[in-house]
Write a protein that binds this ligand. Structure first.
Ligand code: SF4
Length: 346
């Protein structure tokens, strides 16, 4: 064979689109445990919890879990367990009082200057500790006409300078819709910034594709993306590459985490997370005390432990890599710094 003859036998591997990866997400706990080579009897996996809120986890995220490890910190974030069915004092279906801050369908308006839009009711992954696991999405799923009502609400209130895309996961919506709604928001003169709260680029990094980058960069709005990464094992090369694509297009990247019992409540894990986030181009921003949502009490970390972790992080990391420790309180005018929590509890 001469050098200039190219054999036609090589077939390029099919790279699944993000929509294909979303559709292929695992929804059956038995299938997940089988892939991870875990004997189901080793865990308290619960069909009742699965029925109340089903498992959903995309394969790129599953691939970062350690086979045979029932304590894997990623597995623990997604597997429905019997502990979710226990009631606990102080844990409720609406821990942040969002029902009282939902002036019209699709809009949550709690804080001065910022309004949140429920862009999509769907998520790519079901995080068992999610404070919106009982949110009435059926009342907040809008058609174009209802979106116009939401946009009119934003246009009427000149104090709003920042719009937050949330959900569900806003990036579960399609790019045509995201382009349209971003254009409508950019046409409102007093809105300056767009903040996107998402886990999708973490669990399916291919979501950051040209269509997604187009609407994020075709706008006059300054775009900030807040990732939700809880553990350093969640970051792999594909996640880093997705973050780099966003950075190259001028998107600011921040991270918020939730403190989760026996998942990330050690200073070694949190130090590794902050360092890896910085390597990836994402600034550690917030670390939240768990919101007291019914079904998640087994993830709770005590206030004393949170204080200890904060002190250790301040010692072990440069200040710019220490996220702000905060908690949310229904009807409060902002997130509350941990120092206020200590005062209130003492
Ligand atoms: S809204 Fe966020 S935290 Fe809640 S399940 Fe969806 S991705 Fe997870």
């Amino acid at each position: 064979m001469t050098a200039d003859i190219i054999p036609h036998t090589s077939i390029e591997a099919h790279q699944p689109s993000w929509q294909e990866e979303l559709a292929a997400a695992i929804r059956n706990p038995a299938e997940l445990l089988e892939r991870l080579e875990i004997n189901p009897t080793q865990l308290d996996a619960s069909p009742v919890a699965q029925q109340a809120w089903s498992l959903r986890v995309p394969l790129p995220y599953v691939q970062r879990m350690k086979k045979g490890d029932i304590d894997d910190p990623l597995l623990k974030q997604v597997l429905p367990l019997g502990a979710e069915m226990l009631t606990a004092p102080g844990f409720s279906s609406d821990p942040l009082g969002e029902e009282d801050a939902n002036p019209i369908p699709g809009v949550v308006h709690k804080y001065h200057g910022r309004a949140l839009l429920i862009i999509s009711p769907a998520c790519a992954i079901h995080c068992r500790y999610c404070f919106r696991r009982h949110f009435p999405y059926e009342d907040n799923t809008l058609g174009r006409k209802e979106w116009q009502t939401a946009l009119d609400y934003l246009a009427r209130d000149e104090s709003i300078s920042e719009v937050i895309y949330s959900g569900g996961d806003p990036l579960a919506a399609n790019d045509n819709f995201l382009l349209w709604i971003t254009e409508q928001i950019a046409a409102i003169p007093h809105i300056k910034r767009l903040r996107i709260h998402t886990r999708l680029p973490l669990v399916i990094p291919s979501r950051i594709d040209p269509g997604c980058l187009h609407w994020m960069t075709a706008t006059r709005l300054k775009v900030v993306m807040v990732w939700h990464i809880n553990h350093p094992n969640e970051i792999d090369q594909a996640v880093s590459q997705a973050a780099q694509r966003l950075k190259r297009h001028g998107i600011e990247l921040l991270n918020q985490s939730v403190l989760l019992h026996q998942i990330n409540d050690s200073s070694a894990t949190l130090v590794a997370l902050s360092e890896q986030l910085f390597e990836t181009g994402i600034m550690p921003y917030y670390i939240h005390r768990l919101d007291k949502v019914a079904g998640a009490a087994h993830f709770n970390v005590s206030d004393a432990k949170i204080q200890q972790l904060q002190r250790e992080l301040l010692t072990l990391l440069p200040g710019y890599l220490v996220p702000k420790f905060v908690y949310e309180q229904a009807a409060a005018p902002s997130k509350q710094p941990l120092s206020l929590l200590i005062k209130a509890d003492s």
